[in-house]
Design a protein. Structure first.
Length: 468
């Protein structure tokens, strides 16, 4: 069987199936149909093998590379994505020397795009309780090794992203440094020092930094989770104040509550594209008075200096009056240069309203495209003499582009404002403590008749799970 003569529909089917996680068995059966003895897996074209190896785990991927030249070539792209592009290391001799070896590699060194240092500092002053090795290792040694790694990366002439990660279990060499008896959450950290050492070494060697990355990834009890995130965000804010707004920035919080409940927040500012993306604000720090994300933006003065043209804000809960004022100020500043905007899954609480936000977007002089999905408000109200928690979804799904954007947003704001002024007339004898209202207001590019949306709204009562 000539591998070059394989039907094109087989190649297309394999590629489609390889993108569906649950279609692995069907994928193998389809391949076996065409590969009867004496032909085998290695007779498949390279493009199919590359999709097949996407099902292989990290350990199996390394083993496959040592099997033969064809499998080594088929696994190259996935191997680079998994092990080379983003490197996380601790400040230890073993870990930094590994980074130097990778950076100096004639083939793989040029694929390193991100270098992130762990904030866990295994220096001698931490004591024998945590440090397994008694070998002397100080700040000067760390700078020396890190500079050598950056020097090797600079020779490839590519931009790289630099940053710090907080107690990351995937950081290379972190388990080799510490005694098995030491508890992971007790390891000493120095966020400010690790950030400064990365920044100083990069500046001395004139490294072209594409963006700065700040990560918090750990398992922590729910009782201390909010304080941990707040402290990390506060310290990250302190060290980022010295950065120029012309630098791209990524701020990421990924936590697991006993490895069960995952909460994630991400802020990405791309200087070249002049775009800002924030997501996950609804899932974390519900008991804090201030939303750390808006505090971070305010402290960096990023919005005023960046001249943002594209904004994406999703899964956000604006709970306090201070945050709502900051949100309005944020939208007002962005609207001066904004060309594209997407607001998705945003909840505002208490006495805040959506109509002022929509009117601000309607006044944006350069706005060419907008997309609004599930814009809602949560508040307390008395319905039939009983206290209720009311959730009103004012905009289910609405999008627009072209020259009529301003008038369309003004009309939408007027309809939403009418809804906001009539919520006090709600009445129902249902004893349920939660009320949920959807207006049915929907307009998408696929909608034939925009007027067919239910602008009058309809009430739906349901038991909703209380936010944690």
């Amino acid at each position: 069987m000539d591998t070059e003569a394989l039907p094109s529909d087989l190649v297309a089917a394999v590629i489609r199936l390889s993108r569906i996680p649950r279609a692995r068995r069907a994928l193998y059966e389809l391949i076996d149909t065409y590969l009867q003895p004496p032909h085998g897996m290695l007779d498949l074209p390279l493009e199919i093998l590359e999709h097949v190896v996407t099902f292989v785990g990290p350990e199996g991927l390394i083993a496959l590379r040592t099997t033969c030249k064809k499998l080594e070539e088929a696994t190259r792209s996935r191997f680079i994505d998994r092990f080379i592009e983003c490197r996380r290391h601790v400040l230890s001799i073993y870990s930094l020397k590994a980074l130097i070896d990778i950076a100096a590699h004639p083939h793989f060194g040029r694929f390193v795009k991100t270098v992130i240092l762990d904030t866990t500092c295994p220096f001698e002053h931490d004591g024998k309780r945590y440090v397994a090795s008694t070998q002397s290792f100080n700040h000067h040694d760390a700078c020396k090794l890190l500079k050598e790694a950056f020097r090797q990366l600079k020779m490839h002439g590519q931009k790289i992203a630099l940053g710090v990660t907080d107690r990351n279990r995937t950081s290379h060499g972190i388990w080799k440094l510490f005694s098995p008896r030491s508890k992971f959450h007790l390891l000493k950290q120095d966020r400010r020092f690790v950030f400064l050492i990365v920044r100083i070494c990069a500046n001395e060697l004139d490294i072209i930094v594409s963006k700065w990355v700040f990560e918090l990834r750990e398992v922590c009890p729910a009782a201390t989770r909010d304080k941990t995130v707040q402290k990390f965000a506060s310290e990250a804010l302190d060290v980022t104040r010295i950065l120029s707004p012309s630098r791209s920035l990524k701020f990421n919080v990924l936590q697991a509550h006993f490895s069960l409940h995952i909460i994630e927040f991400e802020l990405i500012w791309d200087h070249e594209e002049r775009s800002l993306e924030m997501s996950g604000l609804a899932q974390w720090c519900p008991r804090l008075d201030r939303n750390v994300a808006f505090n971070l933006l305010e402290g960096l003065d990023l919005v005023a200096a960046a001249k943002i043209t594209e904004l994406t804000l999703s899964s956000c809960r604006i709970a306090s009056d201070i945050d709502h004022d900051q949100f309005i100020k944020f939208i007002q500043t962005c609207s001066k240069t904004l060309e594209r905007v997407k607001l998705s899954g945003i909840v505002i609480a208490h006495d805040s309203k959506w109509s002022p936000v929509l009117r601000l977007l309607a006044r944006a002089p350069y706005l060419a495209k907008f997309e609004l999905v599930t814009l809602s408000r949560q508040f307390q109200a008395r319905v039939s003499s009983e206290k209720r928690t009311v959730v009103v979804v004012y905009v289910d799904e609405w999008s627009g582009h072209g020259g009529n954007i301003s008038a369309e947003l003004d009309d939408l704001a007027a309809a939403v404002e009418a809804d906001e002024s009539t919520w006090e007339s709600l009445s129902n004898n249902d004893p349920k403590k939660w009320m949920y209202r959807m207006t049915g207001r929907k307009k998408t590019p696929n909608t034939l008749d925009a007027e067919s949306a239910n602008d009058n709204g309809s009430f739906t009562f349901a038991n909703l799970q209380r936010p944690r």
